[in-house]
Design a protein around this ligand. Structure first.
Ligand code: VGL
Ligand code: ZN
Length: 208
């Protein structure tokens, strides 16, 4: 299997705050950078996402008195995990990792910019109503398959993959070019994705 002209490589949130030393570091997250860069060099269409929160964002534990990171709270749109402050707009932590080959990306989707709504998915905010416009943009470009990599597998990668599938695209996740925040939620994410008909491929399959 290799890249087709109608494939999109969707690179999720390879940002300083999600890498070791960052505010919401994904364990072993820096292991994705080399395979992601190899994939970016091979793919005809590349879109990057960037988690991009205003200060005081509703997903930050610090915005909820007496609450700690990794607890959950109920918001009007459902249950929200509370995170450490991360990817604040314009901060060093919100920048792409300096080694990421960003130049070949035709588009950057910023998400999570509404103060009261989180957005794990590149396609739809957590209110499950507000669309980012990415699905329409991909259709206009003749994309039929979305291949995902990046961080974090159990949140933004999985939610984006599930929404891509729901939008009618063929979808696969590049297993060795992603890492999760936690083992249990990563296993649950793989199960949900498999049930939704999402494939699992390796970077070598596409960019060996
Ligand atoms: C993410 C938690 C909060 C992610 C973003 O990129 O997976 N996770 N914001
Ligand atoms: Zn976030």
């Amino acid at each position: 299997m290799s890249f087709r002209e109608s494939d999109l490589l969707l690179v999720i949130d390879v940002q300083v705050d999600f890498l070791p030393g960052g505010a919401l570091a994904v364990p072993d997250g820096d292991a994705v950078i080399a395979p992601v860069n190899r994939l970016i060099e091979r793919a005809a269409h590349v879109v990057l996402t960037q988690d991009w929160h205003p200060a005081g964002h509703v997903s930050f534990a610090s915005a909820h008195a007496g609450r700690a990171p990794f607890e959950t709270t109920e918001l009007p749109y459902g249950t929200q995990v509370l995170w450490p402050d991360h990817c604040v707009q314009g901060s060093a932590g919100a920048a792409f990792h300096p080694d990421l080959l960003t130049d070949r990306a035709g588009m950057v989707v910023r998400k999570g910019h509404h103060p009261q709504v989180d957005s794990y998915s590149a396609f739809m905010e957590a209110d499950r109503l507000t669309r980012t416009g990415l699905a329409g943009a991909l259709r206009e470009r003749g994309i039929s398959r979305v291949l995902l990599c990046g961080l974090a597998l159990d949140y933004c990668v999985a939610w984006s993959a599930l929404d891509a599938r729901e939008a009618g695209f063929e979808v696969a996740v590049i297993a060795d070019a992603t890492r999760g925040i936690a083992r249990d939620s990563s296993a649950a994410a793989w199960a949900r994705m498999e049930a939704a008909g999402i494939g699992r491929v390796s970077a070598a399959d596409l960019a060996g």
